[in-house]
Design a binder for this molecule. Structure first.
Ligand code: HEM
Length: 421
């Protein structure tokens, strides 16, 4: 899209339609970074917000949770859905880690953090290798051409199977979990939002989801199995059981954040490889690059496009006067193309090192699942690169209509994988 003649204050970096039709608005961000990196925008349908587009400014905001709180408006949605979590406006928004502040945020994060350390995650690696191998064995068939939509049939499944196993949710439920996630993150996408359901049907579905999760936790209270659900079911704060609403919120966040983002990194990564086949060839030739490739894919795709904070006091940021109560939107995808940090930000290079991207955020709310996500990506790409014999697009791809998280929602491909040995 040609944004050269649009005044900076009118650039669109937020409408879901724009993301759905054109992908991430890198041209608009490039202009904002160059001409007005901290800009107040008031697009139609949205409450005003400051667009924060530079790497250094996102770090400055994220590292001061007392001056920029996460509680309140933590994601920018259009007015009609603003404040609406999965419960669509009527119920109070969930109280998750992403919309809590210190000191409470730290107490809640501590309840689950031991499960997501590099050491804890490493113990799951052998199982993840198996999950991934089974998936590719099935896809490979006899080794001939397969035509498929890479998003639901491949990218979604590996991280989904990993997180549901960690939570102890049975495999028969995985499509159900996926539906919850798609509805939650695709709130503005016509394919996912209500997806042919009435509002009542959707609320009934979410009520059923809450009932299932509560029942699973009740079950683990009686018979712990050592999974994350058992840990949460027995969690206490200051010696007291964790309040039910906060416990459900934490569970919900781990369940949905634990795979949607990684799916978008995998599908966006495949798209990047289709557009830069020499990078895929490089990975096939030298699989030891997979760790760096995983981070370059997260930088390049930036599956979590933004989170928002609210100023708790009048403050200055890059010379702009932000008033108490103003929203500041942290556009991680813009920071990940910042010319002050990267000499060649628009090049997709799997051996990029160093790569100080902000794809996992920074500071207080740095992604809890970053080590898990990196492991998912490493294992996925190592196995895929080793087994892929031929790969080509099989039709146009489509992007999710959303500006909070982003990535392809359809990616038709033809692929030949080495069959099970
Ligand atoms: C490529 C995959 C992923 C990306 C790009 C990603 C990105 C992010 C980002 C940018 C944040 C910062 C939120 C903020 O600053 O307010 C975040 C937080 C979080 N992520 Fe991830 N994430 C990924 C995978 C995962 C996985 C696998 C989990 C598994 C549990 C997870 C769980 C969380 C949680 C619980 C938080 C909230 C942390 C807090 O507020 O303290 N994420 N993620």
């Amino acid at each position: 899209m040609d944004v050269r003649h649009v005044p900076v204050g009118q650039l669109d970096v937020i409408s879901a339609k724009l993301y759905g039709e054109h992908g991430y608005p890198h041209d608009a961000w490039r202009r904002l970074r160059a001409e007005s990196p901290v800009t107040k925008l008031a697009p139609p349908g949205y409450e005003p917000f400051w667009a924060i587009t530079k790497h250094a400014d996102i770090i400055e905001v994220s590292k001061q949770p007392h001056r920029f709180r996460s509680a309140g408006r933590f994601i920018l949605f259009p007015r009609m859905t603003e404040g609406a979590g999965p419960d669509l406006a009527e119920a109070p928004p969930l109280r998750m880690l992403v919309n809590m502040d210190p000191p409470e945020h730290r107490d809640y994060r501590r309840l689950v953090s031991a499960w997501f350390t590099p050491r804890a995650v490493h113990k799951l690696e052998a199982r993840l290798e198996e999950i991934t191998r089974d998936l590719f064995d099935e896809l490979a068939g006899d080794g001939g051409w397969r035509e498929l939509d890479f998003v639901p049939e491949v990218a979604a499944l590996q991280p989904l199977r990993m997180i549901t196993e960690m939570l102890g949710i049975p495999r028969e439920r995985e499509q159900w979990v996926l539906k919850i996630t798609n509805q939650n993150f695709g709130l503005e996408d016509p394919d996912f939002a209500l997806a042919g359901e009435t509002r009542e049907q959707r609320l009934a579905f979410l009520t059923e989801a809450a009932a299932y999760i509560n029942a699973l936790m009740g079950e683990r209270r009686k018979h712990p199995t050592g999974d994350v659900t058992s840990v949460l079911a027995h969690a206490t704060l200051d010696g007291q059981p964790v309040p039910a609403f906060e416990l459900f919120s934490l569970y919900f966040l781990i369940m949905v954040a634990g795979h949607d983002t990684t799916r978008n990194a995998i599908s966006g990564g495949l798209l990047a490889f289709l557009q830069h086949p020499e990078q895929f060839a490089k990975l096939q030739k030298d699989p030891s690059l997979v760790g760096l490739a995983a981070d370059e894919i997260v930088r390049w795709t930036t599956p979590v496009n933004h989170f928002s904070r609210t100023a708790t006091e009048d403050t200055l940021l890059r010379g702009q006067r932000i008033a108490k109560g103003d929203s500041v939107a942290l556009f991680y995808a813009s920071a990940n193309r910042d010319e002050d940090v990267y000499a060649d930000p628009y090049a997709f290079r799997i051996e990029r090192d160093p790569n100080p991207h902000l794809g996992f955020g920074v500071g207080e709310h740095f992604c809890l699942g970053a080590h898990l996500a990196r492991m998912d990506l490493r294992v996925f790409w190592r196995q895929f690169a080793a087994r892929c014999v031929a790969l080509e697009p099989a039709g146009p791809h489509e992007f999710l209509h959303a500006s909070f998280v982003g990535g392809p929602k359809r990616l038709p491909i033809r692929v030949k994988l080495r069959p099970k040995s």
